[in-house]
Design a protein around this ligand. Structure first.
Ligand code: 5GP
Ligand code: ZN
Length: 114
């Protein structure tokens, strides 16, 4: 169910028009508004969960990561590689409280992150 003040729920139901790079019944991938790499996509479950810690059904993770895999292929970053990041709560730097995976690629990404 959509959470009324959640920006990603609004994107998921089309209330905020956003061009999808990959979409399914349960998941959606769209370009980050402040890209940190040539390819920077946000992947969300359409269902609202605040954080990775608020998921009860592990099947959601299976579906989400399979969808990330498909998205990477669709964007052509699978062969050269990419990074998937899930920020969680304050210390993780999470700014939008709707579970999402950042898919970053198109350049070499340094490690460790800041
Ligand atoms: P977080 O910091 O929570 O891990 O990531 C949230 C991401 O969502 C940020 O990278 C931010 O740039 C992106 N973002 C925030 N608002 C919007 C929006 O309205 N549209 C899109 N496409 N991305 C957004
Ligand atoms: Zn939401």
């Amino acid at each position: 169910m959509a959470v009324s003040n959640c920006i990603f729920c609004k994107i998921a139901v089309g209330e905020i028009p956003t061009e999808a790079v990959h979409a399914s019944e349960d998941f959606l991938a769209f370009r980050d508004i402040v890209p940190q790499a040539p390819v920077h996509v946000v992947v969300i479950p359409r269902i609202h969960r605040d954080t990775i810690m608020d998921v009860e059904d592990p099947q959601l993770f299976a579906g989400l990561l399979a969808f990330v895999q498909e998205t990477a292929v669709k964007l052509g970053v699978d062969a050269e590689g990419f990074r998937s990041v899930i920020n969680c709560r304050a210390n993780g730097g999470q700014t939008i409280s709707h579970l999402h995976v950042h898919l970053l690629g198109g350049r070499f990404l340094n490690w460790p992150p800041g």
